[in-house]
Design a protein around this ligand. Structure first.
Ligand code: GUN
Length: 311
C-alpha cells in the first residue's frame, strides 16, 4: 500500500484564497485592514523563518503587518511593555510573540508574555482564557497547528468520530490542544509521551496517529496500523548526507537537495511509513503551511470580533 498524501500546502492555499476577499470586505467596511503585530526576539534561525513566512502570508491576504524584531538582549520588562502597547492599540487585532524566547529571559518568561496578551487578540490561542475556552468547547481562538490539522482532516473527508486517535507529544502548543479538538469531535484519545510504556504498541492501535515530538523519523513502520491516517507535525533538519541516505534511501532526490541546500527537512515520521499508512501528511508541505493559514484565519476572526461581528 502507498499512503494517500494529505496535501496541506494545497489546503492552506485554499484557506488563504477564501480569506482574501473576506479581508478586503473587512477593510472596505471598517476603513482599515485587520492588523497583526508580530514580535520576534533573538536570532533563532527556525523562528526567523517562521516569522518571515507568517509576515509574508499576512501581507498577501491583505493584513497590515507590524513586525518587531528585537535583540536577544531585550529585557522581559521591555517585551511586556511592548505587548501592553499592542494590547491598547486600535490598529492591532492580533498579537503574536514567537516562541521560544531567549533563554536569558529566564524560566517562566514565555508564560508571562503569553499571559500578558489580551485574550481578544491572542491569535496563537495560547492564553489561559483561550485554552479554557477550548477545554469547555466554547467559541474562541484556537492554537493554529492543531486547528490546521482539524481543517485538513475535514477537507480531506477524514472524520475522527468513533476512531481511536493517538497523539505522541504533550506540549501546550500542539499535543494537548490536539487531544481536546479530537475529543470534541468524538474521537477516543490517547496522549503518549516520553514515559509511556509500550509506545509503539499503543501507537499501532491508532486509527489516527499524530506525531509531535521533534525527533527525526522517530515513528517507524512498527508504530503504524496498516491503513491508519498519520499526521506528521515534526520539522527536523538533516545536514549529514549519511543520515539523509539512512532515512530516505540511496536513490532519493533528497540527497541532491541536501547537496544544494546544505540540509533537508524531515518530519517525526520515517519515510517508510508511507508503505503502511492509509493517509499521510508530507514534510515539508503538510502541517507547516496550515499553521500559517490558521493564523490568518484567527487574525480575521479576532478583527471581526473586535469590530462587533463574528464570535
Ligand atoms: N513557536 C513554535 N510554534 C509557534 C507558534 O505557532 N506560535 C508562536 N508564537 N511560537 C511558536
Amino acid at each position: 500500500m502507498t499512503a494517500r498524501i494529505l496535501d496541506g500546502a494545497r489546503v492552506a492555499r485554499e484557506i488563504r484564497a477564501e480569506l482574501t476577499p473576506q479581508v478586503a470586505a473587512f477593510a472596505a467596511r471598517g476603513g482599515r485592514p485587520p492588523g497583526l503585530g508580530i514580535v520576534l526576539i533573538g536570532e533563532d534561525p527556525a523562528s526567523q523563518i517562521y516569522v518571515r513566512s507568517k509576515a509574508r502570508a499576512g501581507g498577501e491576504v491583505g493584513f497590515w503587518i507590524d513586525l518587531h524584531v528585537l535583540p536577544a538582549s531585550t529585557s522581559l520588562a521591555d517585551v511586556l511593555a511592548l505587548v501592553t502597547t499592542l494590547n491598547r492599540s486600535d490598529r492591532h487585532d492580533g498579537i503574536l510573540v514567537q516562541s521560544p524566547l531567549p533563554q536569558a529571559m529566564g524560566e517562566g518568561a514565555t508564560r508571562q508574555v503569553f499571559d500578558t496578551i489580551d485574550p481578544a487578540k491572542d491569535v496563537d490561542g495560547f492564553s489561559a482564557e483561550s485554552v479554557g475556552r477550548l477545554v469547555q468547547n466554547r467559541p474562541g481562538l484556537r492554537s493554529c497547528t492543531p486547528a490546521g490539522i482539524m481543517e485538513l482532516l475535514d477537507r480531506c473527508g477524514i472524520d475522527p468520530a468513533g476512531r481511536h486517535a493517538v497523539i505522541i507529544g504533550r506540549s501546550d502548543i500542539v499535543g494537548k490542544p490536539m487531544a481536546l479538538m479530537l475529543l470534541h469531535r468524538h474521537a477516543t484519545v490517547t496522549i503518549c509521551h516520553s514515559r509511556t510504556p509500550d509506545l509503539a504498541d499503543t501507537c499501532a492501535r491508532a486509527d489516527l496517529l499524530v506525531a509531535a515530538i521533534g525527533r527525526a523519523g522517530f515513528v517507524t513502520r512498527g508504530f503504524v496500523k496498516p491503513g491508519a491516517t498519520v499526521v506528521d507535525v515534526g520539522m527536523n533538519r538533516l545536514s549529514d548526507e549519511t543520515e539523509v541516505r539512512r532515512f530516505f534511501g540511496d536513490g532519493s532526490p533528497r540527497i541532491d537537495e541536501r547537496a544544494r541546500k546544505g540540509s533537508v527537512l524531515i518530519g517525526d515520521v520515517h519515510p517508510e511509513v508511507a508503505e503502511v499508512a492509509g493517509a499521510l501528511t508530507p514534510v515539508p508541505g503538510g502541517v507547516g503551511p496550515l499553521t500559517v493559514a490558521m493564523l490568518m484565519k484567527n487574525t480575521l476572526a479576532a478583527a471581526e470580533a473586535r469590530a462587533g461581528r463574528g464570535t
